[in-house]
Design a protein around this ligand. Structure first.
Ligand SMILES: Nc1ncnc2c1ncn2[C@@H]1O[C@H](COP(=O)(O)OP(=O)(O)OP(=O)(O)O)[C@@H](O)[C@H]1O
Length: 570
């Protein structure tokens, strides 16, 4: 449930959103002009009707009455209202789009700094929800709450001045409306919306998570009927709960709107009673009719506020969620303009690392890899090979110890220098929904078809791609769904090799291949990377004799295998 902390965060966002200042100011002026047009039209019409009625009491006053000036005034206010309302919509939408686009970009930049494991701790639908729904929710703040509130307050201030001139006793009515808009509505909205608005926003996020899980795991769930029934029931229950919150929110909104109508009606009745009691003897009658109608029309100035006030807790909760995501410190953080290492040798000393809430995986691990050396890293499943690769590629940060590249500590390098020196193919190769060529060019944007085919030949995919009707232009489904697991893995390998970096880290690139294909791939990759450093991670002991060194990683320790021990593994 949203509380004062969330509200404080939201107020902090008010400053950030002020980036679209000139547009917001324009929207405010136009909103004031619209209200002035509406209230002016109503007031002048009231005055006109009363004044003509009074003027018609005698032929002399009827003849002396000037119909043309008020008629022109009515036309002016009607045109002002229409034109400024149109302008206000255009300008406030532009302001909103600018605010939202700026905010989304800011959040995206913050998220892009995070490491894969930091991002991996968030459910995909939560990130999507933050980028889309939570950012959109903040549009409630300016165009739907602050802007109409500011316009209403300005109009009421002008109204109080005018009424104060004509009938001082009536001045309490616009002042009362001001207090209602400024204090009562926001407080009542906050209290009434606190529970359902927060629950509604949280329920929407939960429902999306459930639905996305159902869609993502459809294949597995379809094979496990009881699990599918349970997930389906959970998603439907979430949906019902969400609708219930929505209904509750709508009901409270209706009450708040009714209260607003009641209050503006009461202000108009109050004016009538004061007039009837003769408390306004100094003001001429037709002007009093104008005041009464204007007070009745004040409802227009307030009508957007109940909904926006009610959604305020949900908006504050969205702001707090965004803040939670955006304020995460990137780990690891890169230097902005780092050193250029003179060489490409790798040294690891005293490395310690533990995944959150797990026992330490490494405590004082050391390793040295000379430039151009080809190393095989062997070890049982779960021994920490992939983790070591992530630490070397600085996707994760060690808790203690250091990793040096060409003698320079990794934390002193900027990200582009490190990535230019080191390419890496992980166990789970990702592919975007795009052509195969576009997927390869993620690694080397300048690569031509010939270079791409050469690398595909190297990883054993060239025959398959040549057989495809569209070759390199074949469409790859999202996540690589149209490729087999082995093909996806080799696509990742091809991408790493396309980079042509001095150091290449490959994590289980031969998984799923038969021994002959595996031996051919090892030979081809080693030939391609001759003179450049290669760290080849595997848990399969066969065919490693060709490497310069074979290391075994077990229980957080690295041990070099003797040539005889390596041959014995075959
Ligand atoms: N992102 C992560 N968050 C938390 N724990 C992790 C994460 N990645 C790996 N681990 C844990 O770290 C340990 C080492 O995993 P790692 O993947 O490094 O081993 P591995 O030797 O590469 O295994 P495999 O050969 O099966 O790929 C495991 O116990 C695993 O559960």
């Amino acid at each position: 449930m949203a509380g004062w902390r969330e509200l404080r965060v939201l107020l902090g966002y008010a400053g950030r959103l002020a980036g679209a200042g000139p547009w917001l100011l324009g929207a405010l002026l136009l909103a004031c002009a619209t209200l002035a047009g509406s209230l002016g039209l109503l007031g002048l019409s009231g005055w006109f009707l009363s004044a003509t009625a009074i003027a018609g009491l005698t032929p002399a006053s009827a003849q002396a009455f000037n119909f043309f000036l008020p008629g022109a005034g009515v036309r002016f206010f009607a045109l002002l209202r229409t034109a400024s309302r149109w302008g206000e919509r255009v300008v406030s939408h532009e302001a909103t789009f600018r605010l939202i686009a700026g905010l989304r970009l800011w959040l995206y930049r913050r998220l892009a700094r995070l490491s894969p494991s930091q991002l991996g701790r968030h459910h995909g639908s939560d990130l999507l929800n933050a980028l889309v729904r939570d950012v959109d929710a903040l549009d409630n703040l300016y165009p739907r709450l602050l802007l109409p509130l500011a316009a209403a307050l300005l109009c009421f201030a002008v109204l109080a001045l005018l009424v104060g001139q004509m009938a001082p006793v009536l001045v309490w009515l616009p002042l009362g409306l001001t207090a209602f808009a400024l204090f009562v509505l926001p407080l009542a909205g906050w209290l009434a919306g606190r529970r359902p608005a927060s629950a509604w926003v949280a329920g929407r996020a939960g429902l999306r998570r459930e639905l996305l899980d159902c869609v993502d795991g459809l294949e597995d769930l379809a094979l496990h009927q009881p699990a599918w029934q349970a997930r389906r029931a959970a998603a439907l229950a979430s949906s019902r709960h969400w609708l219930k919150q929505q209904r509750s929110l709508q009901r409270r909104g209706a009450w708040l709107r009714a209260l607003t109508v009641l209050l503006t009606g009461a202000a108009a009745w109050g004016a009538l009673m004061l007039v009837a009691r003769g408390g306004t003897a100094e003001a001429p009658g037709p002007w009093l009719a104008a005041v009464v109608l204007v007070l009745l029309g004040a409802h227009e100035a307030l009508q957007a506020l109940p909904g926006a006030c009610l959604e305020l807790p949900g908006t504050a909760a969205a702001a707090a969620r965004l803040e939670g995501l955006a304020s995460q410190m990137p780990r690891p953080a890169f230097a902005t303009a780092g050193a250029q290492p003179p060489g490409n040798g790798l040294t690891v000393s005293g490395l310690a690392f533990a995944w959150p809430d797990q026992l330490p995986l490494f405590e004082g691990l050391s390793l040295s890899v000379a430039e151009g050396e080809h190393i095989a890293l062997l070890g049982p499943s779960g021994g920490g090979k992939s983790t070591l690769v992530s630490l070397l590629a600085r996707l994760e940060e060690a808790d203690a110890g250091e990793i040096r590249l060409g003698g320079v500590e990794l934390s002193e390098l900027d990200e582009s220098t490190l990535r230019a020196r080191m390419s890496c193919a992980g166990q789970f190769s990702w592919a975007q929904a795009a052509t195969l060529a576009e997927n390869l060019r993620l690694a080397a944007p300048e690569a031509d078809a010939e270079r791409m085919m050469a690398v595909l030949r190297l990883v054993g995919l060239a025959d398959m791609v040549s057989a495809w009707r569209d070759g390199l232009q074949t469409w790859v489904e999202e996540g690589g769904a149209s490729l087999s697991g082995g093909q996806r893995r080799r696509l990742g390998l091809a991408r790493a090799l396309l980079r042509e970096t001095p150091i290449t880290l490959l994590d289980e690139p031969t998984e799923g291949l038969d021994p002959a294909a595996e031996a051919a791939l090892v030979a081809a990759v080693r030939q391609h990377l001759r003179g450049r450093t290669l760290i080849w991670v595997t848990h399969r002991p066969a065919g490693l004799a060709a490497f310069d060194r074979v290391l075994r990683l077990e229980q957080g320790r690295l041990a070099e295998l003797s040539p005889a021990a390596v041959r014995a593994l075959d």
